[in-house]
Design a protein around this ligand. Sequence first.
Ligand code: G6P
Length: 368
Amino acid sequence: DSAEKEGFEHFTLKEIFEQPKAIRNTLFPRLDKNNDIILDGIKLTKEDIEVFDRVYIVACGTAYHAGLVGRFAIERFAGIPVSVEVASEFRYRDPFIDDKTLFIAVSQSGETLDTLAALREAKRKGARILSIVNVVGSSVTRESHDVLYTWAGPEIGVASTKAYTTQLIAFYLIALYMARLTGKMPENQYHQILDELKGIDKKVEAVLKKADVCKAMAMLQKDNTSVFFMGRGVDVETSFEGSLKYKEISYINSVAIAAGELKHGTIALIEEGTLVMALATQERLFDKMCSNMLEVKARGARVVAIAQEGRTEIEKYASEVFYIPRTMDELAPILSIIPLQLLAYYVSAARGNDVDKPRNLAKSVTVE
Ligand code: G6P
């Protein structure tokens, strides 16, 4: 057991640190030297993609949050409308599914029963089934028409980390692939995004080099009983995933909201000393996020912000800031989740929790 942890105290921490490699393994085999994307296991043609009038992304837990980022990428890059659903609810609605539907299942294990049940329902109604899965040969892959594997390697920690970031990579690849095939994206923009994506592993490494900063921040949070996450744009999705990490392993009561919704309820809960994690990585939305931070700070909140390097004006609104390397707004989710994983981890470890096997949770949920 300790040998397998390769010197890390927990599998969760080891897996957080394996992310640069997991990202490389998922990304580079799918690119050739001309930046063409070759998706092994996906047989979708230009004609197939042009027929789709909608995409459903269905998953549970962390994979669902990856799906939210996937929606953002597919809509932004490929211009196809996307709905994202938690698998356990999918069958209770009457989703509009026919042979013009692309159904994307996302699952680390490929064995989550709710996800499988939703997939079967969609398949029965004629949808094309594409899955993003980590475990080779798992049930979800066997029942899909197309499979894109994340090459994260075995994930032992119950809280998903490296599977999540590789699911993001898979979605960016699929979205760019669709955008290219259908001519939805100018060539120069396509190359610009791919070139940035090809260097993202190095930026993840740079974030991990600052793990000690997260550890010190975690020491200030470990006795908190609640935390609020907020963001705008795709930072909302990262807020949900960061919040889930805190629930799962830190056991801190955590709520994540779109910052614009603050004034419609959550702000009533802000009082002296309330911990607020503010995701402010989206350059286009930076000023609006600063206003939201000011709103909670004025009511006594202790604001911890995540922002891109160079945005030091944020220090006026936050008591602590973790800076991620500069990147495109669209790709920031890959970097901004890392400090949140580390924070949740260090809080959990400082509290003496069973980080790798948190209470009441299972790695793979094969019951309804
Ligand atoms: C469980 C795990 C989560 C995971 C979810 C979905 O709840 O504890 O970490 O995100 O299942 O699992 P899957 O294998 O389908 O991604």
